[in-house]
Design a protein around this ligand. Structure first.
Ligand code: ADP
Ligand code: MG
Length: 241
């Protein structure tokens, strides 16, 4: 399997505190890779290092074989990363279709192709019936899906998401999992930061567990769930210090 994203000894210090420490993370082409760990483990910091909103203190990040460690976020996006942000950033006053239209317009050539692609995404996101509604009137889960759709408009090689199910109902969470699996079946590589274990069980193929900024465990979802050390840090037993 081709490695799409590779971090080497990636480290981020805040003052004297190492939020991410010596992380070697490898995301293979075509997989759904989940990054999990207790609160404060460094997941969001690692995510921000990968997308470029934080600068690494030391270490390296390679994406599609190119060193992107010192690249700006927009350059990483140009190279094929697409990010679904944690806070919703849809244009609430504009219709759902218009939101997708705006995201697509610089990536699709020609009017007919643009409409075709809008229709395809609306269908994929299960938002076709709400296409004319202002995005602000959608349910919270639907707004999250719309955002995923806008990230997809860039035709990314790697889709990155930090807690895509935050604030969603169990039903909406499950449907988000189905959407991610559908995208993956079409060939999309996905890196997801999550702490909802039911959701991770639903979608994860590979799992990396972070603890105190370091890689604590790694493997298939089955292996990680069966690891008693992982259960322990989730119960907080080794978390008290
Ligand atoms: P997680 O996403 O796993 O909950 P974070 O990456 O948000 O963890 O945080 C990891 C550690 O780094 C925590 O101790 C947190 O307080 C610290 N941290 C995160 N962001 C900053 C920041 N911008 N400045 C200082 N400390 C930070
Ligand atoms: Mg976080």
């Amino acid at each position: 399997m081709t490695t799409l994203l590779q971090t080497r000894s990636l480290t981020k210090h805040f003052g004297g505190h190492a939020a991410v420490s010596d992380v070697d993370l490898s995301v293979k082409q075509g997989e759904i890779h989940c990054l999990i760990g207790p609160n404060g483990a460094g997941k969001s910091t690692l995510f921000k290092l990968i997308v470029g909103t934080h600068e690494a203190t030391s270490g390296h990040i390679a994406f599609q074989g190119a060193d992107v460690t010192r690249k700006r976020p927009f350059q990483r996006v140009q190279q094929g990363m697409s990010i679904k942000m944690q806070a919703p950033s849809v244009f609430k006053e504009l219709p759902v279709r218009q939101n997708i239209h705006i995201a697509l317009q610089h990536h699709v050539a020609g009017r007919a192709e643009l409409t075709r692609e809008e229709d395809r995404l609306l269908e994929l996101l299960d938002l076709a019936a709400d296409a004319a509604k202002p995005a602000g009137e959608l349910a919270h889960g639907q707004q999250q899906w719309l955002e995923i759709g806008m990230a997809l408009a860039l035709k990314p090689v790697l889709l990155l998401m930090d807690e895509p199910t935050a604030g969603l109902s169990p039903e909406e969470t499950f449907k988000t999992g189905e959407l991610i699996q559908k995208l993956n079946a079409e060939g999309m590589t996905v890196l997801v930061v999550e702490h909802d274990m039911a959701f991770i069980r639903q979608i994860a193929q590979r799992v990396t567990v972070l603890h105190f900024g370091k890689v604590f465990a790694e493997g298939s979802i089955g292996e990680v769930i069966a690891d008693p050390r992982v259960a322990e840090i989730y119960l907080g037993k080794t978390n008290e210090h």
